[in-house]
Structures are given as C-alpha cells and as structure tokens.
Write a protein that binds this ligand. Structure first.
Ligand SMILES: Nc1ncnc2c1ncn2[C@@H]1O[C@H](COP(=O)(O)OP(=O)(O)OP(=O)(O)O)[C@@H](O)[C@H]1O
Length: 274
C-alpha cells in the first residue's frame, strides 16, 4: 500500500545523508518501510547500520534529507518504537528477574498507575512473556539464564509496549544457530501479528532469510535496497564492494565467497555452512 497522510509509512527516509566530518556513511538514501514489513540491514563494520537506528530513535540528526516515523519526525513518537540491543550476556550475579526487565518496556505508559494499572501491566507483561515462550523462566534471575533465553526476554521487552516500529541492532550476535533462528522467527511473527515494521541489523542474512521482505545493504557509502533475490547476487555485491564477490545459493542458504575487502569474512560463510 502506498503511504498517504492517513496511512503513513512506518518509516520514511528521503535523500537522507549522514556524514561525520569528511566521512559520509550514506548519501541520498530513499527508503520507505510499510507496516508489517521486515527489512534486514546488512553491511560490514562501520558502514553506518547502528547510526541509522540512532537517527530513527531521534538520537542522531541527519546531515541532510528527512526522516519520518509514522509520518512524524524521529524522537516525537519514541513510545511506539521497540528497540532490541545487541546480544550481550549479563553478569551471572544479576538478580533482576526476566519479567522485571520486560516490565521496563512499559515505563512511561499510562497504565502504570493504581491497582487497575498494575493489573493491566501484569497482564501485558504476562502476554509478552507468553509470546516469546518465556513464561517458564520469567521469574528466574536474569544472570542465571542462557544467552538465548535473555535475548527472548529482550524481544518481549521491545514488544510489550505495542510498537509500530521495531529496531533491532544485531540481536543475534553470539547466539547459536538454533537460537538465532528462534529469535528471528519470534520477532517476525510478533511484528506480523501486530502489523509492526521491523528494521533488523544483522551480520548474517541466513537466520532471517525465511522472514525477510527486503534488504538494505550498506558498504562504504554505497547502498542497495531490494528483495534478497535482487540484492544478494554476485553482480550487486561485487558492485557494492568494488571487488569480485561470489554469491552462491545452497538450498535455502546464501553463501558469500571472495571479496578482498572483507565481503566473505563479513558473512562468515564457513561458520554458516558447517
Ligand atoms: N557521533 C559520531 N561522531 C563521529 N563518528 C561517528 C559517530 N557515530 C558513529 N561514528 C562513526 O561512523 C561509523 C559507522 O558507525 P556505526 O556504528 O553506525 O557502524 P555499524 O555499521 O553499525 O558498524 P558495526 O557493524 O561495527 O556495529 C564508524 O566509523 C563510527 O566510528
């Protein structure tokens, strides 16, 4: 559906440029993401993926161009944005419970006050825990949970406020392959049910391939947006990396080989195929 004043895109960038001093991260980026759409953001280290999320969170102004979230400037509708940070393990001694972490996602919402508010809050946290299948370990201390379990709780925290846009910053890092797939499916399933758009920054496309609608691939100031079939080709990646890169389809996986400046290393093909 085309966006309009009544049905604004979940997110819109027009001629968006971000530069730090002499260094331009991306230039003239036009992008529209519709409610319910899942966009994977790929690119090597330093290509500006996290900076893009910071722009959308209203933490980083664009150098030029325009950004809109649900038709509004970034920063003005942050309550309708869910954010999943990079996976990192918490201290084993951390005694905060999973459900308390999820509840933080509701802070600032109107149902936080009074008995009725507390009741509604509990119901929402319960529903979010159930949606990521974390009910069994929601009462256990965070520090005693596995990385995958912790990340499921971060997904629940991001979803509990009913976001229209979900920003995920490499939420799969350091998870094993099974957990990577599970977290990707949970995010995509929950977002589709609620018609939320997803921007999913990832080093590896394979765990999200079954759920991705389009890919934004950033390399050294250049970028390409399209379906995985359009972007994840030898031709397109060779253009983006400015060196021969070969993309091989193996059943339902994409393997990237070659590339002198790190295309293949960035995709960890060996790790992915073993
Ligand atoms: N506020 C800032 N001032 C100056 N340079 C910055 C600022 N924020 C980010 N950068 C630089 O911009 C570049 C892109 O950073 P960013 O974190 O967006 O990349 P990334 O694609 O997310 O990388 P990674 O995959 O390593 O997380 C980096 O070289 C970073 O040092």
């Amino acid at each position: 559906m085309a966006s309009s004043a009544e049905h604004p895109a979940a997110l819109q960038l027009r001629s968006a440029t971000l530069a730090f001093g002499e260094r331009t991260l991306w230039d003239g980026l036009d992008l529209e993401v519709q409610p319910g759409e899942f966009l994977a953001v790929l690119g090597p280290n330093g290509s500006g993926k996290t900076s893009l999320l910071r722009v959308l969170l209203g933490l980083q102004p664009l150098t030029s161009g325009e950004a809109r979230i649900g038709g509004m400037p970034p920063g003005s509708r942050n309550r309708r944005i869910g954010y999943i940070p990079q996976q990192r393990s918490v201290e084993p001694t951390l005694t905060v419970r999973g459900r308390d972490l999820v509840g933080l996602g509701l802070d600032g919402h109107r149902w936080g006050i009074g008995w009725r508010g507390r009741q509604e809050r509990r119901e929402r946290v319960d529903a979010a825990l159930a949606s990521v299948d974390a009910f069994d370990f929601g009462n256990r201390p965070l520090g005693l949970l596995s990385g995958g379990e912790q990340q499921r709780l971060r997904v629940a925290q991001a979803l509990v406020g009913d976001p229209a846009l979900l920003l995920c910053d490499e939420p799969l890092l350091s998870l094993d392959l099974a957990s990577q797939r599970m977290v990707s499916q949970l995010v995509a399933g929950a977002a589709r049910r609620k018609d939320a758009a997803v921007l999913f920054v990832t080093h590896e496309i394979n765990p999200v391939l079954p759920v991705v609608d389009r890919v934004l691939y950033l390399v050294d100031g250049r970028f390409r947006v399209g379906t995985p079939d359009e972007v994840m080709t030898s031709e397109t990646l060779s253009e983006l990396y400015r060196t021969p890169v070969e993309v091989i389809r193996l059943a339902d996986r994409i393997v990237v080989v070659g590339g002198e400046n790190g295309a293949a290393a960035h995709h960890h093909p060996l790790e992915e195929t073993t």
